[in-house]
Structure formats: C-alpha cells, structure tokens
Design a protein around this ligand. Structure first.
Ligand SMILES: Cc1ncc(COP(=O)(O)O)c(C=O)c1O
Length: 400
C-alpha cells in the first residue's frame, strides 16, 4: 500500500475509459497522454497512429472545436489558435510568407493585420503592396508587378464594410500562382464560404461571431488537409495553441451560432436602414443598403442570407469630442472593443482597431474622426434604435 503522500498524487488518475459517450464534448485539460504500451505512444509520435501525446501537438477538446468549424466552412480541416491574430500569422506562414517573399494586401483591413505586415513582417524582409481590393484592375496590376506568394483580404472589411469579390480574386490568385487568404470574421460561414469558390486559407477571429459571448479569445484557420498539416507542424514550434478551456467555451458558443447571427444580421439591416434616414448621420457603410457602392456584388455573393451584423456610420460634422460624447451617452450598446457578441457594441476605429494604421492612410481610406463602428447584438432592434436616439439627443447631435 503506497503512502498517503504518494496516494495524494496518484489516486483517481488511472480511470478506465467509460463505455458511455458524453453528449457534450468533455473539457480535456490534460497536457500529456500515456498509453498502455510505449510502442503505441511511439506510433503516435511518428504519425503512424492517431492519438494525443502533448497538448501543443493536439488536444481532444480543441479538435472537437476544429471539427465543428471545418464542418461549418465546408473545409477538409481547421486548425485553432490562441487568437485571431495568431491565426492570421499562421495562415501567412502556411502560404509561404518568408524573408524575400511578397504579399498583396487589401488596404482596408483590420488594423493589426495591416500592422503585422507593414511593421513586423516588413522588418523580416517581407514586402507588402497595399491595394484597394474593390478595384480588380488595380489588384491585377499589383499581383503582376509583385508576383506575391499570397493575397490577403477580408470578405467584409473592418471597419468600412467593403465587399471583396472572392471568386474573382481566387481566379486571379490561381492564375499567378499565389494563395488567396480570406479573413471571413465579419461575413461568417452563414453568409459566405470562401473555400468553395477557390480561396486557399480562411481565417477567423473566433473571438467574434463563432464564439459569440465575449468570453473567449480564439482564432481558427480552415483549409485543405495539406495546408492544415503545415500549420500544425508550425504550431508545434510556435506554440500559439488554443487552450482547451477556451476551445470548450468556443464550441459551446458555436452551438447557437446560426440562431445568433440570423437575429444579428436581420437586426443590423433594420438599424442600418433607420440610420441611413437620420439627419444626424452623414453616411452609413452597410452592404445591404442599395446606396452602398458594392450592394450588387454583396447581393450576388451572399444571396438571401443578409449582409452581416456590422456597420459603420459617420456622425455629421463630428470630431473625436462629439463621438466620445455620443458613445458616453449610450445606455444599452457597450462602447467596447470587440464585435460579433450577443450584446451590441460600438467602437471608435480611429483610436482602437485602426490606431496603428498611419493617420494619412486612415484619412485616405475614409476612417474619419467622426466614424463609429457598430456591431449589432441579438437584442430587440427597437430597443437598440431607442438607445441610439437617446444618445444622439443627449450628446447634442440631434434635436429632441
Ligand atoms: C477582421 C478581424 N480579423 C482578425 C482580428 C484579430 O482577432 P483577435 O482579436 O481574436 O486576435 C480581428 C479583431 O478584431 C478582426 O476584427
């Protein structure tokens, strides 16, 4: 009989595998796995047998989340990461971005993705050409001149809600031997599945719509099995793995993904229409509005599914002080830095998501001092409109 000191460490650890199956995938926190026979462990290490050895190499709870996202995106495989930015980084590496390689990137893109290429990768001798992704002739010219290994864009851009013509970009990439990387965070697989029209790597900040509750930071890339294998090999060295507890929360959130986004996207259409007719609002960027310059492209790509739950709008004649007054006056919408959650969120791009983008680039893009980004939650649209009304009035931007 072992001593208490030893029992405290080992008692209860050798549990037989139960003959029943849990309905909810269990949270498997174990870092390491042992086998009845060392030869079995060796076979898993050698890649000759499926299994788990160490959590940086793979984890059952993370795998459950990956399988769920791959199914939603119609992908062979998904690889999960500790954040959306880790996923963007992994996708760029999988596409072959190395010292001396070139990338063509949409100018209108999440600020950290912009800065990753413009600053960190630039220091590593990766050269990036930024283009207006909506101008296909300009993209073709940039691709011909740069001969990039990768083209990076967002299906719906952050924060200006421009629409990328993914099928045309996939053709262009294929013609020139580049891989097309699409950040599908805003569109989600509910609106669009870029792999089906020829994209090679699709990235999500799973922190947003996929998880949906503002309680988990996560990223995921979906792709062919071959590219996923390359990402897993890199992940063993880089270690930006999704933690099992985060994977469990993300998978739990994903169960209601379809219901949440359906409500969010329909609420967003109602609110964008209301904003577009309000005297205090100078401009609304929402692809569902007939006046949006790419409304027809959006309708072609997304069909009857809607136009997403994100929009940005410009408060007429406002600078930072007026925008801050408006955001301080919001009572229901959180003035907080994330998106895609069950609760509505407003953000000021010039000082948060796009703070690292040079002021002159922001100005050229249209990310003005009066621009507010809104992520519509699952609340009643009437209550959200009432909150916007009272905040516009309280901040002196609209007449009572
Ligand atoms: C479009 C888009 N891609 C990527 C990211 C990065 O995701 P994360 O914050 O999970 O690293 C964000 C974050 O806001 C985003 O909006």
């Amino acid at each position: 009989m072992a001593r208490m000191q030893t029992l405290a460490v080992h008692a209860g650890t050798r549990q037989p595998a139960p003959a029943c199956h849990p309905v909810s995938p269990p949270l498997n926190q174990s870092v390491a796995y042992y086998y009845d026979n060392m030869a079995d462990l060796d076979a898993v290490f050698a890649g000759e047998a499926d299994g788990y050895v160490y959590s940086r190499y793979g984890n059952p709870t993370v795998a459950a989340f990956e399988q769920a996202v791959a199914a939603l995106e119609g992908a062979q495989e998904a690889v999960a990461f500790s954040s959306g930015m880790a996923a963007v980084h992994a996708a760029l590496l999988a596409a072959g971005v190395r010292s001396g390689a070139r990338v063509v990137c949409a100018t209108d893109i999440y600020g950290a993705s912009y800065a990753l290429l413009a600053q960190l990768f630039a220091e590593l001798a990766v050269e990036t050409t930024y283009v207006d992704i909506g101008n296909l002739a300009a993209v073709a010219a940039a691709v011909q001149a740069a001969r990039p290994v990768a083209i990076l864009c967002e299906t719906l851009s952050n924060p200006l809600l421009k629409v990328a013509d993914i099928p045309a970009l996939a053709d262009l990439a294929r013609e020139h031997g580049a891989l097309l990387l699409v950040d599908n965070t805003f569109a989600t697989p509910y609106l669009y599945r870029p792999l089906e029209v020829g994209a090679d790597l699709v990235v999500h900040s799973a922190t947003k719509y996929l998880s949906g509750h503002g309680d988990v930071l996560a990223g995921v890339v979906v792709s062919s099995a071959e590219l996923a294998h390359a990402m897993r090999e890199n992940q063993k060295l880089l270690g930006a793995n999704l933690a099992p507890q985060s994977a469990w929360l993300a998978l739990r959130g994903l169960r209601t993904f379809w219901l949440r986004v359906r409500q969010q996207f329909s609420g967003a259409a109602t609110i964008a229409d209301w904003l577009s007719r309000h005297a205090a609002i100078a401009r609304v960027n929402f692809p569902g509005l007939p006046l949006h310059p790419q409304h027809r492209l959006a309708a072609r790509l997304f069909g009857a599914q809607g136009y997403g739950g994100m929009m940005s709008f410009e408060l007429r004649g406002a600078g930072q002080a007026e925008v801050f007054r408006f955001m301080n006056a919001l009572r229901l919408v959180f003035p907080a830095t994330t998106l895609g959650d069950v609760f509505s969120l407003a953000l000021y791009p010039a000082h948060s998501s796009h703070r690292r983008v040079p002021a002159e680039v922001r100005a050229a893009l249209g990310i003005t001092e009066g621009l507010v980004r809104l992520s519509v939650g699952i609340e009643a649209p009437e209550d959200l409109i009432a909150d916007l009304v009272q905040a516009l009035e309280a901040s002196g931007l609209a007449q009572e």
